[in-house]
Write a protein that binds this ligand. Sequence first.
Ligand code: THU
Length: 128
Amino acid sequence: MEKTEQLLERAVESQKKAYAPYSKYHVGAAILSENDNVYSSCNVENASYPCGICAEAGVISAMISGGDKQIKAILITSDGNELVYPCGACLQRIAEFSNENTKIYLAKSNEIIKEHKITELLPYNFTL
Ligand code: THU
């Protein structure tokens, strides 16, 4: 199976497991790491709304705890007809582990619709 197909499958699988009783908006994300490992996660909401975690934050945690440090590709999928673009905080999270070759795929209905670079979505990320 192609790596992008695998990413899509894993993101959709995770999206189905999203815990989103408040927004009812289910997001799935999957990462292909520099070592060709695939990680996935979903959004996890909380009755105390700001405690909720985006799917991208979850999948980055999974990648780091899995021992990888670079994102080769990240795919995000969600409910509804509109594509979900990562929120500002998640763009900063993605930027931390990305480079110019990192691909950001946005998917809908089991299909990749858009491909971006992090510098297109967050041209001036914060660095130390
Ligand atoms: N959400 C994500 O998981 N990723 C994003 O990039 C945008 C928003 C989640 C957070 C919340 O659980 C739900 O979508 C509605 O905002």
